[in-house]
Structures are given as structure tokens and as C-alpha cells.
Design a protein around this ligand. Structure first.
Ligand SMILES: Nc1ncnc2c1ncn2[C@@H]1O[C@H](COP(=O)(O)OP(=O)(O)O)[C@@H](O)[C@H]1O
Ligand SMILES: Cc1cn([C@H]2C[C@H](O)[C@@H](COP(=O)(O)O)O2)c(=O)[nH]c1=O
Ligand SMILES: [Zn+2]
Length: 192
């Protein structure tokens, strides 16, 4: 039975790297994959997934309103797919997470989603909340805080490295805007 997987972590833990490696493993065996990333996250060019260790790939773009089940079904008709891989899965809508569940249940294609669990205020993203609820398998990808503990939180910072406590949930950026921290150090920074 094909499953829906959610690999979650804080930023810079290696989600994109793991996704690209998994896709490569399928393709090496002559099996087709379909990659997706969020249209809103254009740090590496529209529709590109990039990792810190230099791997890169082109991906289809999702945004609210995109029917991912229909798009994947159409692609599967043309070229049978062995796996669907979704980066920046925190930006999926609730409907899209249900569509991806249907891709695994009705089309029989495994779906591997990679994303943040929580935002800069420690709140779940819409996509992550529904993946945590629906996925068949949940796997944490781990990275470390400066103190050596597991970094589970994402602190948003300004140009001087000071914590930003209020703002919109979506704010695209990398090391210039976010630092992955353990919960203890995240709370310290948020209290000021
Ligand atoms: N060419 C590059 N040089 C430096 N950093 C990069 C480059 N490409 C991507 N990155 C960084 O690597 C991150 C993605 O890599 P990855 O290690 O898989 O972590 P994540 O868990 O954030 O996906 C990007 O968010 C970006 O910060
Ligand atoms: C914590 C947080 C992150 N984001 C954005 C910032 C990045 O563009 C992505 C995550 O990238 P990753 O390195 O591939 O994990 O999400 C955001 O919009 N709001 C937040 O609170
Ligand atoms: Zn710490």
C-alpha cells in the first residue's frame, strides 16, 4: 500500500537534500518521480529545489487553488510515476494535503512531503498541521542548536540578528532571516 509520509524539521536540517537524494534513488533505477515546491518560495528561482550541498532540481509549483491530485493523475497517465516528492510542504493548504492523501490511496503512488513543523512563533503551519493529522508516517529530520541540543524551533531575526516576535506567518528567507534553535534558546530569545 502506498503511503503519505511527512518529514519535518526546523530550517537547514537537510530536508531539501534528503528529498533530492530520494528522487535520485528512484531515477537511478529508471523510475519516474514528480517534484513539487511552493510558488511563494522563490529563493533559488521559480520552481527550483536547491540544497546546501549543491544538489538542485526543477519542480512543479503549488500555490493555493492548484489541484495537485488532478495534475499528478494527468502526469501519471502520461508517464507512470513511482513517487511524488513535495518540498516546502508547510505551505500546502488543507485541501491539498487531502489531495495528496488521495494520490497515495487512489492512485497508489507514495507521496513524500518535506516541510517545517512550526513557524517563527512556534505555531503550526496549515500544511504541517494537516500532514501531522493525516500522514501514515511521521519522521523528524534532526539538526542542532549552537548549544548542542536538538534545534526544533525557527527564530526570525532582523539584519542585526535580533529576534522578531510579530509579523506575517509567511516571510521567505534563509540564514539571513532565520536561525534554528532548541526550544530553551528559542524561548529565551522570544522573551527578550
Ligand atoms: N548554493 C547554495 N549555497 C548556500 N546555501 C544554499 C545553497 N542552496 C541552498 N542553500 C541553503 O540550503 C537550504 C536547503 O538545504 P537543506 O540543507 O536541504 O536544508 P532544509 O532543511 O532547509 O531544506 C536552503 O534553504 C538554503 O538556505
Ligand atoms: C520559520 C518560517 C519560515 N518561513 C519560510 C522561510 C523559508 O523561505 C521557508 C523554509 O525553508 P527551508 O529552509 O526549506 O526549511 O519557509 C516562513 O515563511 N515563515 C516562518 O515562520
Ligand atoms: Zn540551544
Amino acid at each position: 500500500m502506498a503511503k503519505l509520509y511527512f518529514y519535518y524539521s526546523s530550517m537547514n536540517a537537510g530536508k531539501s537534500t534528503t528529498l533530492l537524494q530520494s528522487s535520485f534513488n528512484y531515477q537511478e533505477r529508471g523510475m519516474a518521480t514528480m517534484l513539487w515546491t511552493a510558488a511563494v518560495d522563490d529563493r533559488f528561482g521559480h520552481g527550483r529545489i536547491a540544497s546546501r550541498i549543491g544538489l538542485e532540481a526543477q519542480a512543479h509549483l503549488f500555490e493555493p487553488g492548484v489541484d495537485m491530485l488532478a495534475a499528478i493523475a494527468a502526469q501519471h497517465e502520461a508517464t507512470p510515476l513511482s513517487c511524488v516528492l513535495v518540498d516546502e510542504a508547510q505551505f500546502l493548504t488543507r485541501d491539498q494535503v487531502w489531495q495528496l492523501a488521495a494520490v497515495s490511496d487512489s492512485l497508489g503512488i507514495p507521496v513524500l512531503c518535506y516541510g517545517l513543523r512550526t513557524d517563527f512563533q512556534g505555531e503550526l503551519f496549515e500544511g504541517s498541521a494537516h500532514l501531522l493529522g493525516l500522514a501514515d508516517a511521521l519522521t523528524e529530520i534532526k539538526t542542532v542548536c549552537d548549544c548542542g541540543r536538538k534545534a526544533t524551533m525557527n527564530l526570525r531575526v532582523d539584519a542585526s540578528g535580533r529576534a522578531i516576535r510579530q509579523g506575517a506567518q509567511t516571510e521567505i528567507g534563509g540564514n539571513d532571516r532565520y536561525v534554528a534553535l532548541c526550544r530553551r534558546h528559542f524561548v529565551e530569545q522570544m522573551r527578550g
